[in-house]
Design a protein around this ligand. Structure first.
Ligand code: ME8
Length: 518
């Protein structure tokens, strides 16, 4: 009997990306990680809602549009389309794509503002202090550093300017104790642990009230009944996670997905998600999200990617050259989720050729071509199983459960390690059992060994499907697994003996760089 389905709801989000420029590998990375999570949760039987989108207001976008000589809405339309296209080309299985210039978002945001006003958490004042347009963030004097030429810089390295303007404030200072109590009560709220410590010590250091409206430019959501004020872009942006669920309609069907199970974000924006966002929500009487999981930074030869350095890595270009699935695999295998790492074509090719083409591709190819040649292209029957067979089958069947805790911590590389433990064991098994030799001595035993291999490849392919959906679908086609039977619960059902299988085809061609190919 297949296990009963869990069907609990699961809500996962990516950051909504600024439309000031084109998508790059960093955006693709967080989206792919969220996609793996969403797909894995669907395989477990959860009812998943997966959201991504674009952050289109604020000074940074307004400035980029002005530099391009276009009005901000046309500029945002153009770049939002590129992010939507990036999602599609990266195989992202999002259920919705929210743009902050959509009416549903603007209306939801205005409702959130009114709610905060009604709870007494907003007041009108004057902001005077430092602002970094590149980060869309306010900084205290004590956080700044100095550039070699003496100019003040944000901790991120972004230039800051002195701003003085009338502004609404959010009483963030009043939330310090409740935030600390919340972190204490929810030890998994921020991942990884190093970021959690960073955030709690920032909050312990004391919070000042946050400026949440701007009056020196106009590209934003108007503050209700306050002419001249537009909402601070981070209040606007964070609200996307609830406006996409229909906020303020908390009786609607989508609202059932709240609170979010996990917001995946880069480490640069953890403060907004783990400090401001839960404070806004609690003030509005809404439960905070369950987890904010932060990824580290991809650099190019140790340097930050930037347009001015001309070293921006284009994910579409990498996918075209090496294949989308090898790229997705590489990004999640190479760098532990919270860590920083260097992106390198050489490292990508090495993983593609050894782990995908050799370890997994050859295992599948060897097993399936032996079945095609020696078993009439039909799934062989299992005969009597040896201890070796049983151990191999047991390790493969346990794979989804072995990967699950790592996936829940967003330790994607550890989940892949579990899969490769099984793949390496299967390669050792096939060498030890040598079905090619059994062909001459004991065809019944050969058939059993090949069936064990097919039954090992099946859970491996299903468990790796979230990472490499197209390639694993090809492998599952070759294993004769019906498209509707590719989730974890379906693995409990044995496949029928004798079913004819399509002719085997390689799934991961080795990549030879043109200059190495001579
Ligand atoms: O911050 N390495 O948008 P954004 C890894 N609009 N991840 C990277 C990366 C890199 N080099 N570069 C970018 C914003 N990212 C806001 C978010 S959410 C309510 C609003 C990823 O276009 C990482 O996830 O600057 C980072 O947080 C996100 O892209 C920032 O995208």
């Amino acid at each position: 009997m297949p296990e009963p389905r869990i069907m609990s709801r699961y809500y996962v989000t990516t950051p909504i990306y600024y439309v000031n420029g084109a998508p790059h590998i960093g955006h693709a990375y967080t989206s792919i990680a969220a996609d793996v999570l969403a797909r894995f949760k669907r395989l477990q039987g959860h009812d998943v809602f997966f959201l991504t989108g674009t952050d289109e207001h604020g000074q940074k976008v307004e400035k980029a549009a002005a530099e391009a000589g276009i009005d901000p809405q046309t500029f945002a339309d153009r770049n939002a389309a590129r992010f939507r296209d990036m999602s599609a080309r990266m195989g992202i299985s999002n259920d919705d794509f929210i743009r902050t210039t959509e009416a549903r978002h603007k209306d939801g945001c205005a409702a959130l503002w009114r709610r905060l006003e009604a709870s007494g958490d907003l007041y009108l004042g004057h902001y005077e202090g430092w602002y970094a347009v590149r980060d869309e963030a306010f900084y205290n004097e004590g956080e700044l550093t100095t550039a070699p030429d003496g100019r003040p810089l944000a901790p991120s390295g972004a230039p800051v300017e002195w701003v003085r303007e009338p502004s609404y404030f959010f009483r963030l200072s009043a939330w310090q104790d409740r935030l600390l109590a919340f972190y204490e009560a929810n030890p998994d709220f921020i991942g990884p642990e190093s970021r959690r410590r960073e955030v709690t010590s920032f909050v312990r250091g004391g919070l000042t009230d946050l400026s949440v409206s701007r009056t020196t430019f106009s590209w934003g959501i108007p503050v209700p009944d306050a002419p001249g004020h537009v909402m601070y872009v981070w209040l606007d942006a964070l609200a996307n996670y609830v406006t996409a669920l229909g906020y303020p309609d908390t009786d609607g069907a989508r609202w059932a997905y709240w609170p979010a199970d996990v917001h995946l974000v880069g480490k640069d924006i953890v403060r907004f998600h783990a400090v401001y966002w839960p404070a806004f929500l609690m003030a509005a009487g809404i439960a905070p999200p369950r987890r904010v999981s932060t990824n580290g930074w991809w650099t190019v030869d140790g340097e930050k990617m930037s347009k001015s350095l001309g070293n921006v890595v284009d994910p579409l270009d990498l996918a075209e050259t090496y294949g989308l699935d090898p790229l997705r695999y590489f990004l999640l295998r190479e760098m532990p989720f919270g860590n920083d790492g260097t992106i390198s074509r050489r490292a990508l090719v090495a993983r593609l050729n050894t782990e995908l083409a050799n370890d997994l591709g050859n295992l599948a190819q060897r097993s399936l071509s032996l079945i095609a040649r020696n078993c009439g292209g039909a799934r062989p029957a299992r005969g009597m199983l040896t201890d070796d067979d049983r151990e191999m089958l047991g390790a493969a069947a346990a794979l989804p459960a072995a990967m699950a805790p790592a996936i829940d911590r967003q330790a994607f590389h550890e989940a892949l390690d579990e899969a490769w433990r099984v793949i390496r064991a299967a390669n050792a098994y096939i060498d030890r059992q040598a079905p090619w030799a059994l062909r001459k001595t004991d065809t019944a035993r050969m058939a059993t060994v090949l069936r064990v291999l097919a039954d090992v490849l099946r859970p491996v392919a299903v468990a790796l499907w979230p990472f490499m959906p197209a390639s694993m679908d090809r492998l599952l086609d070759q294993l004769g697994v019906a498209p509707g039977a590719r989730d974890f619960a379906a693995l409990a059902e044995e496949l029928p003996d004798g079913a004819s299988l399509p002719p085997p085809q390689g799934i991961f061609p080795r990549h030879v760089e043109p200059e190495d190919g001579a």
